[in-house]
Every structure is written in C-alpha cells, then in structure tokens.
Design a binder for this molecule. Structure first.
Ligand code: HEC
Length: 205
C-alpha cells in the first residue's frame, strides 16, 4: 500500500516536471527562462541583422566626423598622393639615437625579412614574388616619379608604409604614427642620411 503511494507520487511529480520543463511546441525553445534579459540583451549588438533597411547594426560614422584618437592620412593611394606626401611630409621630431634603436627593432620585425638587415633588398624570404626587393641605396632612377631609391623623401616612405606597393603589402594597421616615423628614420640611417647616428644602426642590426 505504502509502496503504491510512493510510486503514484513519483509518477505525478514526473508528469508535472515533464509538462513544465519541456516545451512541446517549439523544439528550439530553451524552455522556462530565468531573467531573460541576461540571455537577450536589450542593447543592439554588433553585426546582428535588426532589419534596418540596409541591414547593418554596426552603423557608419556620421558624415564629416572623425573618431576620437584616429588621425586620417590626407594623401590618397595615387601617384599624385604619393608625390604630395613626398613634398609635404617631414619627420615631426628630432631624431635621437634612442628612436633609431626603436626604429631598428621595428624594422627587424616588419621589414628586414624582405629588405635585408642593411636595406640592400636581400632578406630571408626566398620566393619569386619577393625576389625584386630594391636596395634602399640604389641610384637607378626607376622608381615612381622617375626618382631612385636613394632619392626617396620621408613622405614617400610613409606613403608606401600606409598603402604598400605591388608585392609589398600595406603596414598601416600594424604600426602607429610614431612607429612609422621611427622606422623611416632607421631606413634613412641605412641610406646613410643620419650619418651622425651610425652607432645606433650598428647596435640595432
Ligand atoms: C613582403 C616583403 C616586404 C616587406 C615585409 C616590406 N617590403 Fe618594402 N618593398 C617590397 C618590395 C617587393 C618592394 C618593391 C615594390 C615594387 O617596386 O614593385 C618594396 C618597396 C619598398 C620601398 C620603395 C617604395 C617606392 O616608392 O618606390 C620602400 C621605401 C619600402 N619598401 C619600405 C619598406 C618598409 C619601411 C617596410 C617595413 C615597414 C617594408 N618595406 C616591408 C617588399 C617588402
């Protein structure tokens, strides 16, 4: 008698549990949700299609505004933009040995494998696509605008770091403004244009 009552109670409890905890209508339903806001954020999430007419939840910045901390590069990826950068850009600080050392370390991480330790164009990458890396000190006037590698101004180097050139990819996202200038100062030192700071170049090699 007593056993029967226990079995009945278990069956009734199981039936109640089954009907409350499972959802018969929708097999994908998570069932009863405790604090649904924890699962479903009331805020709009990135890259979720909320059925805006253009289906973008990540909205574009308002026209003519600039994000805080972002500095636009005013020269375009064209020959004109390249020439203009070469004319207008100057290293915005006095180059010190310490900066050249930092530039040397950055050069070793980002440029040396193609351009070689001394910028002679013989890096460790051994692939036909990269076999024509020009030496920074080459005097052949075969670069854009009819100049040679040794005649490149700092703005030209900055432009190529931002946009790349053929087999050389752009390095803008990897390097911030200060780092780009440090590398450029180091490249100039490799070209013998920072003579008084040769020691820093030697230690960075
Ligand atoms: C993947 C290999 C590779 C890497 C990495 C690389 N370069 Fe280059 N670079 C090249 C090649 C190849 C060229 C020649 C492109 C051409 O003329 O078609 C070139 C050209 C250049 C030029 C000449 C641009 C001109 O206007 O004629 C400069 C300056 C330069 N690189 C600087 C750098 C600096 C600084 C870095 C590091 C931030 C770097 N490169 C990283 C392969 C590379």
């Amino acid at each position: 008698m007593k056993n029967n009552r226990i079995i009945n109670t278990v069956i009734v409890l199981a039936a109640i549990a089954a009907s409350t905890l499972t959802s018969c209508e929708d097999p994908n339903s998570p069932g009863v949700e405790y604090m649904p806001d924890m699962y479903r954020s009331p805020a709009i999430e990135t890259y979720v299609d909320y059925e805006y007419t253009d289906s973008m939840s990540a909205r574009l910045p308002v026209a003519n505004t600039v994000a805080r901390g972002y500095k636009p590069f005013p020269f375009e990826n064209t020959l004109e933009g390249y020439e203009e950068a070469g004319q207008k850009m100057k290293i915005p600080f006095q180059v010190t040995d310490e900066m050249l050392k930092k530039g040397g370390a950055l050069y070793a991480s980002f440029c040396k494998h193609c351009h070689g330790p001394k910028g002679q164009g013989k890096g460790s990458i051994n692939h036909p696509a990269y076999s024509a890396v020009p030496s920074y000190s080459d005097d052949t006037k075969n670069r854009r605008g009819g100049r040679s590698m040794s005649e490149l101004q700092v703005g030209h180097i900055y432009h190529v770091i931002m946009y790349g050139l053929n087999a050389m990819g752009p390095h803008a996202p990897q390097l911030n403004e200060q780092e780009r200038w440090e590398i450029i100062a180091f490249v100039q030192a490799l070209q013998g244009k920072q003579e008084e700071k040769e020691t820093a170049v030697k230690t960075a090699e």
